[in-house]
Design a protein around this ligand. Structure first.
Ligand SMILES: C[S@@+](CC[C@H](N)C(=O)[O-])C[C@H]1O[C@@H](n2cnc3c(N)ncnc32)[C@H](O)[C@@H]1O
Length: 268
């Protein structure tokens, strides 16, 4: 069943609200990492077939299609899927798939050359069971790409990271304040939030302490499912509200997000 908070997901509101994703620094990083993932695939099928798990408004889908990859964009939200169809159907490389939110029972084993997911696992109640499902649908010598999930530093806030946050964030976020006061949808969001504290204005949920992503457990599952890690990189996410100069000063000194690329071994 579609989770209540995803009904009526609005792609335009989602993209507007996520200055942490839809900015040129993050988009450039993402494009480069996806290229790395595509190049790590050692299956023989061409064009390769990819799954964009939790596709939202098509953030990964866009980059995958740009790299000539046939992409199945999958989500629990009908509205996001309709948005992806509207934007990418004409490319001839795009399909959509409705998910049930708990497993990939409508996908056969070893079906995809590449399975990619960005900022989704923390929304999935039993995310470790979902990681097993993602592993299951990857072909031997295919690749699993997990990106934009926070690291321990995000929760623990070591001194250097705190120093970065205090310098990079504006004292008052006027844009946010303005939209809270003048955007009518903001009021609806406040009312809905009274009923469900997890509700966000784009019809979303976010990282809460009990949504904690445990990367060691994810890596253990990958090993058990016969995957080898090809690339593991922690990075400092650029958010549109950050002061650019401060971001550049700290981006190689602290990190709060992880990207992981793992390949399924031949007999995996
Ligand atoms: C933060 S958005 C990320 C969207 C997209 N990957 C991107 O990069 O912009 C989280 C996405 O996960 C989807 N989602 C939430 N719960 C899910 C679940 N249990 N199974 C699959 N997708 C889910 C949402 O509908 C939403 O599109």
């Amino acid at each position: 069943m579609e989770p209540e908070y995803y009904q009526g997901a609005d792609a335009a509101v989602y993209e507007h609200a996520h200055g942490d994703i839809f900015n040129s620094i993050e988009q450039q990083r993402l494009y480069g990492m996806l290229r790395e993932a595509v190049q790590s695939v050692q299956t023989s099928a061409r064009p390769m077939r990819a799954l964009d798990f939790g596709c939202g408004s098509g953030n990964l889908t866009r980059h995958l299609i740009a790299q000539g990859v046939r992409t199945v964009s999958a989500d629990v939200s009908d509205d996001f899927l309709a948005d992806v169809r509207r934007k990418y159907a004409a490319t001839g490389l795009s399909e959509t798939l409705k998910l049930n939110g708990t497993d990939l029972s409508n996908v056969p084993d070893a079906h995809f050359d590449l399975v990619a997911s960005y900022s989704v696992l923390h929304h999935v109640p039993d995310y470790l069971a979902m990681v097993q499902e993602l592993c299951r649908v990857v072909k031997p010598l295919g690749v699993l790409y997990l990106d934009h999930e926070v690291t321990e530093a995000y929760y623990k806030k070591p001194p250097l990271y705190l120093e970065f946050l205090s310098k990079a964030r504006p004292r008052v976020d006027w844009r946010r304040l303005f939209s809270l006061v003048f955007d009518v949808r903001g009021y609806r969001h406040i009312l809905r939030r009274l009923a469900n504290p997890r509700y966000k204005r784009e019809g979303d949920i976010h990282v809460w302490p009990d949504d904690h992503i445990e990367w060691e457990k994810i890596e253990r599952i990958l090993r058990e499912q016969g995957f080898e890690v090809v690339l593991k990189h922690d990075y400092l996410l650029y958010k549109a509200v950050y002061k650019l100069q401060v971001y550049h000063e700290y981006k190689d000194r602290c990190a709060d997000e992880r990207v992981l690329i793992a390949r399924k071994k031949h007999g995996g």
